[in-house]
Design a protein. Structure first.
Ligand code: T3D
Length: 251
């Protein structure tokens, strides 16, 4: 097994576990991630954490495997990377990246595909593609452009420059820097797992659609999803709790 899978209190924890190769992606690792993401769709899973074993989050594509493979990057992306990245974006539950150490290439892509990113103080972010003559993939040209804006994204991605955790925070690439990224991600995941799950998932759907939609389209989507959210028992229960001056979970 190259992916450790744990589950506690509705939080599914996935640990990329090829520490000797800095958790670089192989076909085997992609396969185990795919199976775990399928598991994550079960109703008792309410949040997912992705992290890495050892000193890295992930160094991206395993270059030894790429060199000996009978097919090229385009086919690897089609078979392995893109389905898993789509599964993360389509999962209507929060996915947190606990970036415990260096993330390079597709490792950065994976982190940015997650909804919340918490970096360890020693973490760093290396858009390594350019160093080996490749273009950004694993969604990074999309996510980095949305987070940084086109000018900064281009500059960073073609420079290959390593960003420290502090720089990543200053640029909005991560939400938080913590001494122990995994512990902090567990805290956040437990909070999110305790929130009304449908509303969290539907909010992910709304935010995912927002940049492609016009204002009018987004108003209509909000209207539809609000109606859906209000049909969940959590809505009436929490409104009643508020009116009886009991805690609702809002802070
Ligand atoms: O082809 C396709 O499928 C298309 C998809 C592409 C997606 C991509 O991710 S392209 C980018 C691929 N990744 C890289 O180019 C990054 C390569 N690694 C590095 O630049 C550095 O290792 C790091 C900046 C990540 C960390 O540097 P450092 O100095 O902390 O560690 P190191 O000494 O370089 O690496 C430690 C070990 O991990 C070393 O093995 P050894 O000597 O101890 O046996 C090294 O070879 C191995 N390692 C690191 N990255 C990879 C790797 N092994 C295989 N593939 C790797 N990507």
């Amino acid at each position: 097994m190259v992916l450790e899978v744990g589950r506690e209190e509705g939080v599914l924890e996935l640990t990329l576990s090829r520490p000797d190769a800095l958790n670089a992606f192989t076909a085997e690792l992609h396969g185990e991630i795919a199976a775990a993401l399928k598991d994550a769709r079960k109703p008792d899973v309410r949040a997912v954490i992705i992290t890495g074993a050892g000193r890295a989050f992930s160094a991206g594509q395993d270059l030894a495997e790429a060199q000996s493979s009978s097919f090229g990057p385009g086919e690897r992306l089609r078979r392995y990377y893109n389905p898993n990245l789509r599964a993360i974006r389509a999962l209507e539950k929060p996915v947190l990246a606990a970036v415990n150490g260096v993330a390079a290439g597709a490792g950065v892509g994976l982190a940015l595909a997650c909804d919340i990113r918490i970096a360890a103080e020693k973490a760093s972010f290396v858009p390594a593609f350019i160093g080996i003559g490749l273009v950004p993939d694993s969604g990074l040209s999309w996510t980095a452009t949305r987070v940084l804006g086109p000018a900064q994204a281009f500059d960073w991605l073609v420079s290959g420059r390593r960003l420290t955790a502090a720089e990543a925070l200053a640029n909005g690439l991560v939400h938080e820097v913590a001494e122990d990224a995994l512990e902090r991600a567990r805290e956040r995941a437990r909070e999110l797992a305790a929130a009304p799950g449908d509303a969290v998932g539907l909010t992910k759907r709304l935010i995912g659609a927002a940049l492609a939609n016009s204002f009018d389209e987004q108003l209509e989507l909000e209207r539809q999803l609000q109606q859906l959210a209000s049909e969940h028992p959590a809505y009436m229960e929490r409104v009643a709790a508020f009116l009886q001056k009991q805690p609702t979970g809002a802070r």
